[in-house]
Design a protein around this ligand. Structure first.
Ligand code: SF4
Length: 264
């Protein structure tokens, strides 16, 4: 996920908030590549206790779930791709934080990785609401059926739409990914949930024509808010940084279409 808060921003070897130390034994109760349906089964890579940028206009805590089936060059959390990696934060740590910060936090955002990969997400969302907090989700739409199942439990979705469907193979390494992402867009729009569509402008793949066509397509499908984000070399794999060669969003698109936000 190209999230505003990236776990890779932590110094190498620094565990995410609340995590067991790097190399430390994994305590009992930390998920390891399980896909159970309980919130306690979630494999959680990290917890950011306060974020003002993961859900625009809201003060939230952000939970990073391990595992993603795609492999984007610009991924800011490449350590979160491996679905076999163990968790580093327990669900109990998340609920304790939510209880302590009730009245201060607006909600909890689930990010990743691809959070809809884990079946315990639905139970976790229900628990967050039961604690009186709102629920947000960052997703790239890799699992549309699982997304559909959790949409009723969500107050906000940040959906990554990465490219025109036929370019998804180049961006994610998975040729069928585009169909899934656009199915997810249709589900989010049809659900009526508050949302934004985030397009990471990837100078390695996008041309201005591609980008304008993509923005028009996303708007035509009913997206309420469209945001362009920078692809960054920092946090991504070195090979991506080399391919990026210091190009920025403005090197791809000079004049941003009206009504489209640019997020640094
Ligand atoms: S969809 Fe791409 S950017 Fe998002 S977590 Fe997966 S690999 Fe990273």
């Amino acid at each position: 996920m190209t999230t505003p808060t990236a776990l890779m921003a932590l110094p190498s070897g620094t565990p995410p908030t609340g995590a067991a130390g790097a190399g430390a034994p994994v305590p009992l109760g930390l998920g390891v590549a399980r896909l159970g349906r309980r919130a306690e089964d979630l494999v959680i890579a990290g917890l950011v206790k306060y974020s003002t940028c993961d859900w625009p206009g809201k003060l939230v805590a952000t939970v990073f779930l391990q595992g993603c089936p795609w492999n984007c060059g610009y991924c800011q959390n490449p350590d979160l791709m491996d679905p076999r990696a163990p968790g580093r934060v327990t669900w109990e740590e998340v609920t304790k934080l939510a209880e302590r910060r009730r009245g201060l936090l607006d909600g909890i955002v689930f990010s990743g990785g691809e959070p809809t990969r884990q079946l315990g997400l639905a139970a976790a969302l229900d628990q967050v609401r039961a604690l009186g907090l709102m629920t947000g989700l960052h997703t790239a739409g890799a699992y549309p059926a699982r997304l559909a199942a959790v949409l009723p439990a969500l107050d906000w979705v940040g959906l990554d739409i990465k490219a025109l469907a036929h370019h998804y193979g180049t961006v994610t390494g998975v040729e069928t990914a585009g169909q899934r992402a656009f199915d997810a867009l249709g589900l989010v729009v049809a659900s009526g949930v508050d949302h934004e569509v985030r397009i990471t402008v990837d100078p390695v793949v996008h041309t201005e024509d591609h980008l304008r066509e993509l923005i028009e397509l996303v708007k035509a499908r009913g997206a309420r808010r469209v945001v362009l984000q920078e692809a960054r070399a920092e946090g991504a794999r070195p090979a991506y940084g080399a391919a990026l060669a210091n190009r920025r969003l403005r090197d791809v698109i000079g004049q941003v279409p009206e009504g489209v936000e640019v997020r640094a």
